[in-house]
Design a protein around this ligand. Sequence first.
Ligand code: ZN
Ligand code: ZN
Length: 415
Amino acid sequence: MKMPSHESLEKYAELALSTGVNLQKNQLLMINSTIVGAEFTRIVARKAFEMGAKDVHINWSDDELTRMKYEYADQETLSEVPEWQQQKFTYFAENGAAILSIRSTDPDLLKGIDAGKVAASNKARSEAMATFRNYTMNDRIQWSIVSIPVPAWAQKIFPNETEETAVEKLWKQIFSIVRVDREDPVAAWEEHNQNLITAREYLNKKQYQKLIYKAPGTDLEVSLPKGHVWKGGPAKTVEGGVQFNPNMPTEEVFTAPHKYGVDGTVASTKPLNYGGNVIDNFTLTFKEGKVVDFTAEEGSETLQHLLETDEGSRRLGELALVPHESPISQSGLIFYNTLYDENASCHLALGKAYPNNVEGGSDMSEEELDQNGVNHSLSHVDFMMGSADLDIDGVLEDGTTEAVMRKGSWAITFE
Ligand code: ZN
Ligand code: ZN
């Protein structure tokens, strides 16, 4: 596979370690990566040691072996997650490690595999990772997700290109979107982060009671909990106050929808890659926060399994605003990778909400979170519903309404 220049790979590695997880001297680093990305992963590991990492641990995965397991292992085996696997993740979290995920996979990896098997395995993994997820979703550790091309993914985006050209084109896109092609990527990210901070602070002051979405196929009202907090751009660890960027790229500001306050219908605008299967052209109809009806042109069975994960997987856990002129959206490409597609489009997530999207949420019990409208679930799955046709109104405390987005762009001037 033809790789970009060593220099640009090093720049990307450095960006992921500094702006991404913000690796500290003498800190442990755990990297989740794929064997196809071995070359880049080694560059990241070397950089991490040079930056003073205490140790670097890699969890390797391989698409082919993953699929093989789904083909041969029975549902019961696929539903078992050995204790030591969970302990590995909590060990690193408890020991203050930074976690970098280099997430790249074939969007159609599990196409044709029994949907019941996939659902059972997804659920078991979500359950097993619940403790670890508490660390990431409450900003108790520094974590970040980046992507690199793998051939199957690149060819899904550029189906008419040879493998080599597709991969080359995807590297180019990634470097442009993640600002690696800038003279000083770290400085470019500082400026970008500042813009997101300005937007989230403005929205935090507004404290909209409700957002009203209107687009072809979408007519949806989403209440926001009292004391909701908009996040976006950099996060800070609760104890050490270390700043990190959980997602690279990121273009969103997001908050928690009220789990009991969602009514109407929303139509997806981009395909959703969920657990190795694609769900496309789907609608969800909500009543008092709960999905009561759905349709899907592709992946209907997968969507049904996702909705049936548990009680909370039928409710919303995230509401994110992304202007249509985001660089990812401007690329005009569909990435079949949520990290990229969600940052090209306004989106919502089914499932668990980030507790710190409400004031004091990190310290609330499960019951208190529920009383505050913050959803709980084993799953958290973003889906894209933004487009150049989306209008959003915000309803203020006093009942007056103002434009938040028009034709997919901010109707607000931030200052
Ligand atoms: Zn999001
Ligand atoms: Zn999300």
